[in-house]
Ligand binder design. Structure first.
Ligand SMILES: [Zn+2]
Length: 113
């Protein structure tokens, strides 16, 4: 199974090949939707093929901090991650991934839709 390079959902046949832009050493990427593909293409053009985080991607990651903190507080601040149940870990992952997807889907002036 292949995952969307932007939101990590299951890809659904949308693809981007850096080779068509002259970057022959980079691998193709798959996406769940045209929204995620267009976002990736815009980020690719902006970064000229570099994989370093953009300000938008970094801001999207930072937007996960509050939901992550709320989830951890609900589980118990004194409970170490190694003591989390499988369901608690899965919930934490879902909270973070959802927050990241929501932030990325909002777009930014850096990545116009
Ligand atoms: Zn996606």
């Amino acid at each position: 199974m292949t995952w969307c390079a932007i939101c990590l959902r299951k890809e659904r046949g949308f693809g981007f090949s850096p080779r068509t832009t002259g970057y022959r050493d980079l691998q193709d990427s798959k996406f769940c939707s045209m929204n995620c593909l267009n976002l990736y293409a815009a980020l690719f053009r902006k970064g000229n093929g570099m994989v370093d985080l953009t300000d938008f991607e970094r801001a999207s990651i930072h937007s996960c901090l509050k939901p992550l903190g709320e989830c951890v507080a609900e589980i118990g601040m004194d409970k170490p991650l190694s003591a989390y149940s499988k369901e608690q870990v899965l919930t934490l992952i879902e909270v973070i991934v959802t927050a990241y997807q929501d932030a990325m889907r909002k777009g930014s002036p850096e990545v116009p839709f």
